[in-house]
Design a protein around this ligand. Structure first.
Ligand SMILES: Cc1ncc(COP(=O)(O)OP(=O)(O)O)c(N)n1
Ligand SMILES: Cc1ncsc1CCOP(=O)(O)O
Ligand SMILES: [Mg+2]
Length: 206
């Protein structure tokens, strides 16, 4: 499965507009979707996740679930994204050896190399810019991206990525960008996805 390009992460569920917006974004060229929802009940996440999984299936887009391996399993998702406060990597890897496992490494090349060695499928660095989407996001120095050369699994960057700053990250050897608000909060989702895709193509990342 191709792990590069435009990685769309959902905002917390606040109505079915999110499902519609996700479908429009995927139709316009999103490469990977993550269902990230910190506020819904497990039962609601199952219902919402099923709709998102079905859209991803229709467009052959990898479907990743944030944090929860049980939800991933029950939704038949392709993989999971975990960070420092989530289930341990080794547990997920041993229980779901064939699923995609993405790991947040914030600003640490050392951790990225460690998870690469342990069998992670991709790593994510960030947040690089201020974001209102994640309260406890810490800002990492963008210079860390100068040291990603030894990482040979896909590297994504996340956190406050916008039209204004996308060039600052795309000049590094990353595989793609992960975004929430720049797409879901935009009044023309198709145009925003097309813009990010054209930038990824310009930098040879699609
Ligand atoms: C692609 C991607 N990158 C980073 C994160 C953040 O994961 P984490 O640090 O576990 O924080 P939460 O998303 O759980 O708040 C992510 N979800 N996706
Ligand atoms: C999930 C996550 N992890 C680090 S920043 C962030 C939120 C990114 O959202 P946005 O693209 O709206 O800044
Ligand atoms: Mg997490």
């Amino acid at each position: 499965m191709k792990l590069k390009g435009l990685y769309l992460v959902t905002p917390d569920y606040s109505g079915d507009w999110i499902i519609n917006a996700t479908e429009r974004a995927i139709k316009s060229g999103v490469d990977i979707l993550q269902y990230r929802d910190k506020t819904s009940t497990f039962r609601d996440k199952l219902a919402i996740g099923k709709k998102l999984a079905s859209i991803c299936h229709d467009y052959s887009v990898p479907f990743i679930v944030d944090d929860d391996p049980v939800l991933m399993d029950m939704l038949g998702a392709d993989g999971i994204h975990i960070g420092k406060d989530d289930v341990p990597f080794d547990y997920v890897k041993s229980k779901y050896p064939d699923h995609i496992i993405g790991v947040s490494t914030y600003g640490s090349i050392k951790d990225a190399l460690l998870y690469q060695k342990l069998g992670a499928d991709y790593v994510a660095f960030g947040s690089f810019f201020p974001t209102k989407t994640k309260d406890d996001a810490t800002i990492c120095d963008i210079d860390v991206l100068k040291g990603i050369g030894p990482i040979n699994i896909p590297v994504f960057v996340i956190g406050g990525i916008s039209r204004e700053n996308i060039d600052l990250v795309l000049k590094y050897g990353i595989s793609g960008i992960a975004v929430v608000s720049a797409i879901y909060s935009h009044n023309d989702i198709e145009d925003q996805v097309s813009y990010f895709k054209s930038k990824l193509i310009e930098y040879g990342k699609n």
